[in-house]
Design a protein around this ligand. Structure first.
Ligand code: ADP
Ligand code: MG
Ligand code: MG
Ligand code: MG
Length: 400
């Protein structure tokens, strides 16, 4: 093992060369760094003669944000690798294969998914993914159920909790999702035309109270091993296949945080449709597709989670009459609250989403931002009273 340093391309090639199952023959390897360079390096290594390839992701010991540098623990690379392996075992076929992990160098060598597209890009380009709800509900139901106290022996679960303590990356979420968007923080990046909408949020005491409850759940509820950053930029997709990447924010937290992240990112795309789908009719179709997908995700997630519980529940008392129904109702409420918080943050907090930010026309972009904020705040206000996924559909329709 060598001491940590960012790999050169030559070293990345040498590391790739050692993966015999991908490169059994000795032809030349070519390397290109394709990451966005904020937190991690991503090397794409190909063998032109055979068409074989793999990816090496390496964590950097800092994050570059708004020109500054935040120190970030390299332990997150171990967490990412271990979470990828665990999620791959629990949800076969829905993650990239991991060929090798090196904790000293903070790297994961994994399957190249370049034949898929990042889902955020795919949705912006009008892609339709008929199996997505089935796949992502399967991923979430299996990874979350089998790492919760419902599906895992309590002692084993506590041991697992210990290996996924992730303070640096949790702090990013705690600050950027549950704190900074709710006052005039330097990290916010608010476009001038919507400053009034941000100020209205800062003064909305009832909304701040709901965010305080959501933040408390994120800080204290070690319900299951979350992916922790399950937005559409962490999902590789084709019409036939779904692969979840980038679980460096993994930790034991509230299940609704992952489910809410997926829903929030579909809603952010929904809010951007005036621009991306143009004409009235295609916009209407696109929005129906997105809302149907949200409904399918929740419905299938709930059905699968309940089935796993009934078939694999590890204890007796959790079978008490009414408990499962109440648990699922609270999980839906958490999902809706976290979806709202994730939506608001992406409009004017640190790091927006391309769905809205790349709308070139300022007036259309402002309308998308206001719609996303109306949806996000509507979900946050509704969360503890929510009864059904139809509440989400209604709030989205009312805002559009
Ligand atoms: P970060 O944590 O820095 O966001 P990601 O894991 O999301 O890193 O990867 C950043 C980008 O690198 C992805 O958007 C994708 O373009 C590319 N990438 C990452 N993993 C793979 C992979 N397994 N196959 C192909 N490309 C990948
Ligand atoms: Mg990135
Ligand atoms: Mg990423
Ligand atoms: Mg990441």
């Amino acid at each position: 093992m060598s001491q940590y340093h960012p790999l050169t391309e030559a070293e990345a090639i040498e590391t790739a060369r050692s993966i015999q199952e991908v490169f059994p023959t000795g032809e030349e390897l070519v390397c290109r760094e394709i990451g966005d360079g904020n937190l991690n390096l991503v090397f794409h290594i190909t063998q032109p003669a055979t068409g074989r390839s793999l990816i090496i992701k390496q964590a950097l010991p800092y994050a570059k944000v708004v020109g500054e540098s935040w120190p970030l623990s390299l332990d997150r690379a171990r967490i990412e690798s271990e979470a990828l392996v665990k999620q791959g075992e629990l949800a076969p076929g829905l993650t990239p294969r991991v060929y090798k992990t090196d904790t000293e160098l903070a790297l994961t060598v994994m399957e190249d998914l370049s034949d898929h597209v990042i889902m955020r890009r795919g949705l912006i380009d009008g892609g339709v993914y008929p199996l997505f709800a089935e796949h992502i509900s399967e991923f979430m139901a299996r990874t979350l159920f089998f790492t919760s106290d419902l599906g895992l022996n309590q002692q084993e679960k506590k041991r697992l909790v210990q290996s996924f303590i992730n303070p640096d990356l949790c702090k990013i979420t705690e600050d950027l999702i549950f704190e900074d968007p709710y006052f005039d923080a330097d990290t916010n990046s608010i476009e001038d035309p919507i400053r009034d909408a941000a100020e209205a949020i800062w003064q909305n005491e009832a909304l701040l109270l709901e965010v305080a409850y959501l933040r408390e759940k994120f800080l204290t509820r070690a319900q299951a091993l979350l992916h922790g950053d399950l937005h559409t930029g962490s999902i590789f997709i084709t019409p036939e296949s779904t692969k979840v990447i980038d679980p460096e924010f993994a930790y034991f937290g509230p299940i609704g945080f992952d489910v809410g992240a997926v829903i929030a990112n579909l809603l952010l795309n929904y809010a951007s449709q005036e621009h991306w789908s143009g004409e009235d009719a295609s916009r209407r179709d696109r929005r129906v597709y997105l809302l149907n997908t949200i409904r399918d995700i929740w419905t299938q997630f709930e059905e699968k989670f309940r089935r796993l519980w009934n078939e694999h529940g590890v204890d007796r008392v959790s079978r008490a009459a009414g408990y499962q129904d109440d648990y699922m109702r609270r999980l839906l409420q958490d999902t809706i609250g976290f979806a709202g918080a994730k939506t608001v943050r992406r409009v004017y907090g640190l790091a927006h989403v391309a769905d809205i930010d790349t709308i070139p026309d300022a007036a259309a972009r402002e309308r998308a931002q206001r719609m996303a904020l109306a949806i996000g705040t509507g979900l946050i206000m509704r969360n503890r009273q929510a009864e059904s996924i139809e509440d989400v559909i209604r709030i989205a329709k009312q805002a559009s």
